[in-house]
Design a protein around this ligand. Structure first.
Ligand code: SF4
Length: 210
């Protein structure tokens, strides 16, 4: 049986935190916070499928994407088609480039996955794309190089493994990302960490001679 396709957004969630991915995509839980609401408001602008042509440049909005080779599905906010026909994905993000610096690598993975889909769909190389930051109204070019492509492959593999596991991945060891996470209350990372430490302590008590 063909495995369920992986949504492109899942790759970004996994890159941010594997536990966040599992809560959203396996446990189907989701909570809004300021960041997710801002993201939704922004995406309303590009969620309406359609296209326009300006100066010979065709731009598609909300273009459905797939990559059968890797089992990926999703949607691109914007795909520009350069004059030679090369697709150029542009992913919209709320905030500024500066404010999203710590999660830039997660956004890059999502964009690279879009590029891989476009390569399969249009049978031509997609060497780069861009992230558009709504607050600063600036773009950042993302080169879809070999390392980034490999990251997409690795994360997809890790997601497939996680899908077959009975337990959620543990919370992040680095708590800094938890502060901006909308799932903080549901995830309870501190409690889960304490429980794990407590269990390890109890196990230690019963396995040492003294
Ligand atoms: S609260 Fe922290 S550990 Fe939990 S899902 Fe969010 S980022 Fe991951």
């Amino acid at each position: 049986m063909k495995p369920e396709p992986i949504p492109l957004s899942a790759l970004q969630h996994w890159a941010y935190c594997p536990r966040q991915y599992a809560l959203i995509h396996l446990e189907q839980v989701f909570e809004e916070n300021l960041y997710t609401l801002r993201g939704q408001a922004l995406h309303k602008r590009v969620d309406d499928p359609g296209f326009e042509v300006r100066s010979g440049l065709r731009t598609e909005r909300a273009l459905p994407l797939f990559c059968d080779r890797m089992g990926l599905v999703g949607k691109a906010d914007i795909v520009e088609f350069l004059l030679d026909g090369t697709p150029y994905p542009v992913e919209y993000k709320h905030g500024s480039r500066h404010k999203r610096a710590d999660i830039a690598s997660c956004d890059d993975v999502q964009l690279a996955a879009q590029a891989l889909c476009l390569e399969e769909m249009f049978a031509r190389p997609v060497p780069e794309g861009a992230l558009y930051y709504a607050s600063s109204k600036r773009r950042r070019t993302v080169i879809v190089d070999a390392a980034l492509r490999q990251q997409v492959v690795d994360i997809s593999t890790q997601i497939r493994i996680a899908q077959a596991q009975p337990c959620l991945p543990p919370p992040q060891t680095d708590e800094s990302r938890c502060h901006g996470c909308s799932l903080l209350e549901l995830c309870q990372p501190k409690t889960v960490r304490l429980k794990a430490e407590y269990r390890a302590y109890i196990a230690h008590l019963f396995t040492t001679a003294d």
